[in-house]
Design a protein around this ligand. Sequence first.
Ligand code: AMP
Length: 394
Amino acid sequence: MLDDVNFNGRKVLVRVDFNVPLNAELEITDDARIRAALPTIKKVLNDGGAVIAMSHLGRPKDGPENKFSLAHIVDTLATLSEATVHFSSDCIGSEAEHKAEEVAPGEILLLENLRFHPEEKAGDEAFAQKLASLGDYYVNDAFGTAHRAHASTAVMAKFFPGNKSFGYLMAKELDNAEKVLSDPGRPFTAIVGGAKVSDKLLILEKLMNIADNILIGGGMSYTFIKAKHGNIGNSLCEDERLDLTTRLMEMAEEKGVKLMLPEDSVIANDFSNSAETGICKSNDIPEGWMGLDIGPDATEDYRKVIAESKTVLWNGPMGVFEMSNFANGTRETAMAVAEATDNGAFSLIGGGDSASAIKKFDLVDRVSYVSTGGGALLEYFEGKELPGVAAINA
Ligand code: AMP
């Protein structure tokens, strides 16, 4: 536990997730990830330690690229942390070593994008050791990459026996996931949406053992509906998953889980916000039309189930919420989750697009917790051991 350590005089390597969105002018458009790392950073600084912050940004392919440089983060980090921030233009090598030596208590040294070295993603041990040599304590606070066995997220922990911890953000993420997994208040409703059923198969299987209700929405609904011999027109469908969705529906029956599909859909004759739209039963979509949102009846059915729930887990939007004509189902579902939370339910919003939706509809403060890690949270729920977690616990 971070609280049990006094960082006075120490140089603390903190793996953070500063993978923030930048616009064409290379300005940060959402600083939430930097803010989320502040409690851990401030703990070290207030103790009288120095922070050596490490992160990736974007997906650089062949070495350094200005648009992925963490230099664009320095000013925001300095403002938010109210500390002096130094920057090393390479995360290893003589400049990093020199600056790590010089960084004073109460200050931050931000290292350049770890992924400018392919060794980061490869989990290269020699690279991890070079990073490790810069500090004398290791904190992992990057939940969003905890499911990756990269040099900075997992491999380097081994160089800090007895001197490694989760950061506050990571601890909070694990704590909230555990609240849902180990002893959820009931009824427990999982809302699962998004584009593809193939991405959500494992979590759906896992949820069969812990949830009371599973509400399906988004593009993945139509593979289920086709498997039940519905007409889905040109809606998104993964034909090679029809058998698996049938199996999931059988599993739900066997286990007494109420698995709901959207009764009706908002349909469109093109994947576009300016397409013609209509509403029809989800199993009776005409050829040439596609379901792009759950319809008003489905929204109302789901609202009722959510209102009666004591635990709600939400992963994946109910429709193409990025387009205003198909955002209603996701907005109303978000509202229903907020109302259930007002009435005492515990609600966990899985990262990624559901987190963006909750932000877009301005409901972050009305749900219990919005996770910062999409893929990592899903894998945690699927029951997989996250390398970033295992490396600290080892
Ligand atoms: P995921 O990353 O799997 O959670 O999927 C999120 C994406 O699914 C969002 O970009 C949505 O626009 C998209 N989506 C949601 N509903 C539909 C739908 N009915 N048809 C096509 N795409 C959808």
